[in-house]
Design a protein around this ligand. Structure first.
Ligand SMILES: [Fe+2]
Length: 188
């Protein structure tokens, strides 16, 4: 990518141009992940069916709104660091390292099982990005930690639908969206 070989002409005070470039690179991947998540949440909002339709349909829109705010703040932090954020769908698809969400029209619990997997991936990578920027840029670290407060809460909202009264998740042991959807559906 051009950004990896061209340093920004400026960055925030106290960071070297190399550090600014490196932090922006970490943030670009988070921007892609959050844009992807916002679209995936809307896709589920539109494709959920069954008796729990309205609860899940309506639960997701505030998550979309919150994630879109995270998208904006992430892109603007990249620009603040002196780097041009990539915000187009083509760049997202070219740069991302994960597959498209794999489920179309399906029951609410199946989608929530799969969405738990989606949040698992996004949160794990977000925590790594926060750790990777802790030394170099405390402001970016703080931004990512702020996102995690909300993302982990949203994952709990999803998991509460998959949780038994003994506290076990019906999707326990699943490693794919489809696998998690199957387990969640079978337990419901
Ligand atoms: Fe809607």
């Amino acid at each position: 990518m051009a950004r990896a070989t061209h340093l920004p002409k400026f960055t925030v005070p106290s960071l070297s141009l190399e550090e600014g470039s490196q932090v922006a690179k970490v943030l670009q991947e988070r921007l892609n992940a959050l844009n992807d998540l916002a679209l995936t949440l809307k896709h589920i909002h539109w494709n959920v069916v069954g008796p729990h339709f309205i609860a899940v349909h309506e639960m997701l829109d505030p998550q979309v709104d919150a994630v879109r705010m995270m998208v904006d703040a992430t892109a603007e932090r990249i620009a603040t660091l002196g780097v041009a954020p990539h915000g187009t769908p083509g760049a997202l698809v070219a740069e991302r390292t994960w597959d498209d969400y794999s489920i179309g029209r399906a029951g609410a619990i199946e989608h929530l099982g799969a969405l738990d997997e989606v949040y698992e991936g996004v949160i794990t990578a977000h925590r790594k990005a926060a750790a990777d920027t802790e030394e170099s840029d405390s402001v970016t670290n703080d931004l990512l930690i702020g996102h995690l407060h909300e993302l982990e809460l949203f994952q709990w909202f999803v998991r509460a639908h998959l949780e038994s009264s003994s506290g076990a998740l019906s999707t326990d042991g699943a490693t794919t969206e489809r696998g998690a959807a199957r387990k969640a559906g079978a337990a419901s």
